[in-house]
Design a protein. Structure first.
Length: 388
């Protein structure tokens, strides 16, 4: 029987804003009392997390004096030292303050754009001081409700200029930091720029320092867009760009629900964990989610424990799937290759092209062959349901 206790090597992390979420929504007020960052670090240690992430203002209020900042950071460091938690990732809040109502790096007002750069440089300093190695950018307000308001070409240029400036800043300061860009199709803006992980991957290639910039895909965000998250993450892995990941869950077609990992789409959560584990993903497993609004802090701990436990159960299921003889026999059959076609694959040559054009194929036989995917999927379902 496997032990599903989280350990440091699993690299499970939570943001201060996740377990610290107080349940406010557009229709109702907070339902849980506030906890300080120090209290949240202790809560995370109690449930067995490895690391804690934060936005600048989750830790230091936006209007704190330098003396207050220093005291808060000192207390936070003491809590980290006491509990053994680390800070693998930090990020900037560029969405809450009314100054950012029209965006940060893409706002039409140049003073807002300059303030956003200043705020981000200070937040990068804070993250680096606490040991963060990944810096996330989520531009929740970088978008429009009406395209009359902003020129989309100009917005792309502004986003690029901001990322280039901040890459140079991190290099100038000699921080050991990589950037991870997080896409979301909408919410809070009507439409957000670079709306999917695929858009972000293409955008990164246009930057001055593409090597230090990757992605932070989030389950809920790709599902909001109706996309297959596993495929998006595979593309990021293939590009060597999966620097971070936001795990949660979400019913298709809904607003951003931020449910506990695996709470809704069990099968896609399984194939995601299998993808990450089979391919040796070495980064944080960050849960960007929060407890139901119905919960008190005991429920919040249940939520956090549940995210990690489900991940570990799915990891065990993935190992079982890889070891299951019947499943593997079907896979072997599906991928059978007698080598007779190998001469046509790989690098192009005009000779290859000519021989391939002369080859004859039994098209009806190709189409008539049953592939046994029904059996394969049912075996997967039974394995997940615990009867295999
Ligand atoms: C959201 C986003 C955020 C970001 C966070 C880190 O939908 O609100 O997922 O939670 O991940 O701001 O940059
Ligand atoms: Mn989100
Ligand atoms: Mn997120």
């Amino acid at each position: 029987m496997t032990n599903y206790t989280p350990k440091p090597e699993h690299k499970f992390t939570f943001g201060l804003w996740t377990v610290g979420n107080r349940g406010r929504d557009p229709f109702g007020d907070v339902v849980r009392p506030g906890k300080t960052p120090v209290e949240l670090v202790h809560l995370l240690a109690e449930v067995g997390a490895w690391g804690v992430n934060f936005h600048d203002n989750d830790l230091v209020p936006i209007d704190a004096t330098p003396a207050e900042r220093d005291r808060i950071v000192r207390d936070f460091k003491a809590a980290l030292a006491e509990t053994g938690l680390c800070v693998p990732m930090a990020t900037t809040n560029l969405f809450f303050d009314p100054a950012f109502k029209d965006g940060a790096f893409t706002a039409n007002d140049p003073r807002v754009r300059a303030y956003a750069l200043q705020k981000t440089m200070n937040a990068i300093d804070l993250g680096a001081e606490l040991g963060a190695k990944v810096y996330v950018f989520w531009g929740g307000r970088e978008g429009t409700e009406t395209d009359a308001a902003k020129n989309p070409m100009e917005s792309i240029k502004r986003s690029r200029e901001a990322m280039n400036f901040l890459c140079e800043y991190a290099l100038d300061k000699k921080y050991d930091l990589k950037f991870a860009l997080e896409a979301k199709p909408n919410e809070p803006r009507g439409d957000i720029y670079n709306s999917t992980t695929g858009h972000m991957l293409a955008f990164i290639q246009t930057l001055d320092h593409p090597e230090m910039v990757g992605v932070n895909p989030e389950v809920a965000h790709e599902h909001m867009a109706g996309l297959n998250f596993v495929h998006g993450v595979a593309q990021a892995l293939d590009a060597g760009k999966l620097f971070h990941i936001d795990l949660n869950d979400q019913a298709f077609g809904r607003y951003d629900q931020d449910f506990r990992f695996g709470a809704v789409n069990m099968k896609s959560a399984f194939f995601l964990v299998k993808l990450l584990e089979d391919n040796g993903y070495g980064g944080s497993r960050h849960f960007d989610a929060h407890a139901y609004r119905t919960e008190d802090y005991e429920g919040v701990k249940e939520f956090a424990r549940g995210c990690m436990r489900t991940y570990l159960i799915l990891k065990e299921k993935a190992a079982r799937w890889n070891a299951d003889q019947e499943i593997q026999a079907i896979l072997a059959e599906i991928n059978a290759d007698d080598g007779s076609m190998s001469r046509y694959f790989g690098k192009y040559s005009s000779e290859k092209a000519t021989t391939l054009k002369d080859e004859s194929f039994d098209r009806p036989a190709l189409g008539a062959r049953g592939l046994n995917y029904e059996r394969l999927d049912q075996l997967t379902v039974e394995l997940l349901l615990g009867v295999r």
